[in-house]
Design a protein around this ligand. Structure first.
Ligand code: UDP
Length: 383
């Protein structure tokens, strides 16, 4: 039996769920409030320079999930891309994530891998057995000097709070390496869609059973008449924010142009707290197979997200956790809707995880409908 399905949001979650269910014969109506698909991985050519810009900030595809990698490669051509990030701290440029080159440059040493392990072990605060917050995690891993040079100011700017208030898990996203491997990610598969992510998502959505409505903000009244809704908008937005707003950080992008090459890499972080931006992205370095004389860059400034701003990073501190518990309990009681994606589940999600969850969600829905059963509000734990 096929269903009439409404999907809210044309980002990766909505597109992948829509495509998978369209392939099974379901009829998909997709509503997107923006004037483009692809959510925050939307890419567009800069009219002045012709460079493909990651409009909502840098997105690099990296995964260990072979099925997800095959999935995206089925819909778009990917170019090899190895993300390497530099950071400016004080008056010097260092390599990230912290690796043997960073350690040797920072301390003016020529340590071998084993010597560097022993050296950092002396710097690290090993009394912090089970780090409870971001700062403790950093002090435990790399000691106070590297923490202050590379993480403290950046994290304060990025999250707007003292790193002692942030969960240790945020830092665990970044490795410390005792080799000269300076690849930002350690995943088996990494690449960049040759024609950008919007092209990829457009291809995923290109199916006769899918109708996309852009510039169409969603209201709950629009859900009436559909057999099921997959909602990738903000979880609290579903409830019209009636008990308060879940906190996000938003980003301002200050665009500027340059003739030639401004910084020699795609992403340069700025670790010092007195520099207002966290990083500068030079978009043409995301497409090294193209050639452009001009260059367009974004300075990225993080700040609290207001009601009219696009939400980027879920904050998930104690206050937000309490509100999240309340919204999640109410969502569980809703019938006929499944909350998906970064905004629908209020989680910090990489693109590959988003696609993995979308594939699993679509499969689960198909299995349940085959048995005549209903799908629940969440497929994953959001707390
Ligand atoms: N971070 C930092 N200095 C850096 C890069 C990252 O302090 O130069 C911290 C920061 O708190 C950030 C976290 O490490 O939120 C995770 O970094 P990642 O690059 O994964 O963040 P993303 O840009 O993907 O949000």
């Amino acid at each position: 039996m096929t269903s009439d399905i409404l999907i809210v949001g044309a980002g990766l979650s909505g597109a992948v769920i829509g495509r998978q269910l369209a392939e099974l014969g379901h009829k998909i109506t997709l509503m997107e409030q923006r004037d483009h698909v692809a959510g925050n991985c939307h890419c567009a050519r800069d009219p002045e320079t012709g460079v493909m810009v990651h409009v909502y900030g840098p997105h690099i595809f990296h995964t260990d999930d072979a099925e997800v990698w095959d999935y995206v490669n089925h819909y778009a051509k990917f170019q090899p891309f190895n993300h390497r990030v530099k950071t400016t701290s004080g008056d010097q440029v260092y390599s990230l994530p912290v690796n043997l080159h960073t350690i040797n440059q920072f301390f003016g040493t020529a340590h071998s891998p084993q010597e560097a392990v022993e050296f950092l072990a002396k710097q690290a605060d090993t009394s912090l057995g089970d780090p409870q917050n971001f700062e403790q995690q950093a002090l435990r891993m790399i000691g106070p000097q590297l923490y202050e040079a590379f993480f403290k100011g950046y994290t304060q700017k990025q999250w707007g709070v003292d790193p002692t208030h942030l969960p240790a898990a945020i830092l665990r996203r970044l490795p410390v390496r005792f080799t000269y491997d300076d690849s930002y990610f350690s995943h088996a598969f990494q690449g960049m869609p040759e024609q950008g992510y919007t092209h990829l998502v457009t291809r995923i959505l290109d199916h006769p059973n899918i109708t996309v409505h852009l510039n169409t903000p969603f209201t709950r009244a629009q859900a009436v008449g559909f057999d099921h809704v997959f909602y990738s908008g903000p979880l609290d937005g579903w409830f019209e924010y009636d008990i308060g707003r879940l906190g996000y950080r938003t980003l301002d992008f200050e665009r500027f142009t340059h003739q030639g090459d401004y910084q020699g890499c795609a992403v340069m972080n700025y670790a010092d707290e007195h520099v207002p931006w966290t990083r500068i992205t030079e978009h043409k370095h995301f497409a090294p197979w193209e050639s452009h004389a001009g260059s367009v860059l974004y300075r990225e400034v993080s700040r609290p997200c207001g009601p009219q701003d696009p939400p980027f990073y879920p904050i998930r501190l104690t206050e937000e956790q309490a509100l999240l518990h309340q919204y999640a309990a109410r969502a569980q009681a809703e019938q006929g809707v499944t909350f998906v994606g970064r905004l629908g589940t209020y989680r910090y999600l990489d693109m590959d995880v988003t696609i993995r969850e979308a594939l699993d969600t679509a499969r689960h829905f198909a299995a349940l409908t085959a048995k005549g059963q209903a799908m629940q509000a969440f497929m994953v734990s959001v707390l």
